[in-house]
Design a protein around this ligand. Structure first.
Ligand SMILES: Cc1ncc(COP(=O)(O)O)c(C=O)c1O
Length: 494
């Protein structure tokens, strides 16, 4: 006889109370594997519960693996593996860490070696010039909200389904149109949408490189690209950055070697971290070199539209008559990194391969986000936001350049002055102090910069720091420069 205590006054439905009681009896050992349960008709009668509720409870207990039933026979308690209770320590059958493959271990090492710089929100006195996430205050929340609403209203539930792995076609069209304003002539079919520029790089590497291949990169370069290259088993060939862009003589030597690089990775505009923009002749020479040696270029245009001063310089892709360049773009630095919208503009065979990889990797980029971003472009909200971004960042960059000129020692500290973007790199040449020690002194003085070491494939001889205007007002940037000046003047004199 199965005795169940049911509470008719409870808000918990009776069938649920039956389930919970039987689970307790099994887990507590009162009912053992093989024990028979009364037929539903009998239990219904003894508890005064409708038979359909008992049947419902038994069905759920079968689904949960507590009961088994043979056709035409009783339900019995099933022999089942012991469930692990919350807080109960488990003895592992094997060590998962040893199952992690070397490439993933390398990625883990990279993460722990360079922990993400936490926001300085908890210390309002500290001026944070380390981050290049766009200022959340400047992100166009209202316009994004309107675009999301419009996308749902106009495209309906379609945007809640899986989308085309190549991307939402109207957005691809919008991107192709936007690229045209930078002199890049590509068709809609030559554009594929990705989850940010980071995924674009990953997909390009998957499509175009094999483990053991070489990749030529500017040194320093975007720090998160370096572990990604290593993750793909690539050998990094360093090409030093000069004030006018990557050193083309050294690149030419690398391209002429018996085993030339499979790719050249470059950030020609507002390079991260140096802020350097190469000029048109430099771009032409780089393109001609790669054409001659038949080595593809991956052009990372992550801040293409963030030009504040001087004449526009066109992307390398705009001169690419012979299809050498795979161009990467993103909305992360202008609109929002959380939308995760980036793209690749490249010759069709690349787009097709990347689309196939996307299909099996992440199926597609969020159709809702893509449909909303298309409306940001189509409604003119993007253009209006871009003007606001320029208006906000021009005075910030001005404050940085003026502040550095005013407060930093000219002897012993060097930098180049960017015409746009978020960052520049300070090289501290005239000191015996190490980067860590200087970083600590800067923090003590109330300013946070980003240490330069992780941007280099191999450690540079002298300390350097990336300075970013992304998240500080012109006044805070000016004060940050004053604080930098105090530390660096004494360090250079030390
Ligand atoms: C040079 C460069 N490329 C690509 C990315 C990745 O951007 P996304 O957020 O679009 O993946 C970043 C991010 O900071 C970057 O600095």
């Amino acid at each position: 006889m199965l005795l169940l205590e049911l509470d008719r006054a409870s808000a918990v439905p009776l069938y649920r109370q039956i389930i919970d009681s039987i689970v307790q009896l099994v887990d507590g050992g009162t009912l053992s594997p093989g024990d028979r349960l009364p037929p539903s008709r009998v239990l219904a009668r003894s508890t005064g519960v409708h038979r359909s509720s008992v049947t419902h409870a038994y069905e759920e207990l079968w689904a949960l693996g507590y009961l088994e039933a043979r056709p035409g026979s009783y339900s019995t308690v099933r022999r089942r593996a012991q469930r692990r209770r919350a807080g109960q320590p488990a003895t592992p059958a094997f060590d998962w860490a040893t199952r992690v493959v070397p490439a993933a271990r390398e990625a883990l090492r990279a993460v722990t070696a360079h922990p993400r710089v936490r926001a300085a929100a908890d210390d309002p006195g500290l001026i944070d010039l380390s981050r290049i996430t766009p200022d959340a205050q400047l992100m166009p929340g209202d316009a994004v909200r309107r675009s999301l609403r419009l996308a749902l209203r106009e495209e309906g539930p379609r945007v809640l389904e899986y989308g085309d792995p190549a991307g939402h076609r109207p957005l691809r069209q919008s991107i192709a149109g936007r690229l045209r304003t930078h002199g890049v002539e590509v068709t809609t079919d030559e554009v594929v949408i990705t989850s940010g520029a980071q995924q674009a790089l990953d997909l390009l590497l998957r499509a175009l490189t094999r483990p053991g291949d070489r990749i030529a990169v500017e040194s320093p370069t975007y720090l998160t690209a370096l572990p990604l290259f290593r993750l793909h088993g690539l050998e990094i060939v360093e090409v030093p950055m000069r004030s006018e862009g990557m050193d083309l003589e050294i690149l030419e030597r690398a391209l002429s070697r018996p085993r030339p690089p499979a790719l050249v990775y470059t950030i020609p505009s507002f390079q991260n971290p140096t802020g350097i923009t190469s000029d048109q002749p430099h771009r032409e020479r780089l393109l001609a070199l790669c054409e001659r040696h038949r080595v593809p270029i991956v052009e990372d245009g992550f801040e293409e539209e963030m030009k504040y001063f001087g004449k526009a310089v066109l992307p390398i892709k705009s001169m690419d008559r012979r299809g050498v360049v795979a161009y990467v773009g993103t909305l992360s630095k202008i609109v929002s990194p959380g939308l995760r919208i980036g793209w690749i503009a490249a010759p069709s065979p690349v787009v097709e391969a990347v689309t196939a990889l996307q299909r099996f990797g992440s199926l597609c980029v969020s159709p809702l986000a893509q449909a909303a971003v298309h409306r940001l472009f189509a409604s003119g909200a993007y253009e209006a936001h871009l003007r606001r971004v320029h208006k906000a960042f021009r005075p910030r960059m001005r404050a940085l350049i003026d502040g550095l000129r005013e407060h930093l020692p000219r002897r012993g500290v060097a930098w180049t002055e960017p015409a746009g973007g978020y960052t520049l790199l300070l090289h501290v040449n005239g000191t015996r102090l190490g980067e860590e020690e200087l970083h600590q002194r800067l923090l003590t003085a109330g300013v946070r910069l980003s240490c330069g070491r992780p941007y280099y494939p191999r450690a540079p001889r002298r300390p350097c720091f990336r300075v970013s205007i992304a998240c500080a007002s012109p006044e805070r940037i000016a004060e940050g420069c004053r604080r930098m000046g105090l530390v660096l003047r004494s360090a250079v004199e030390d």
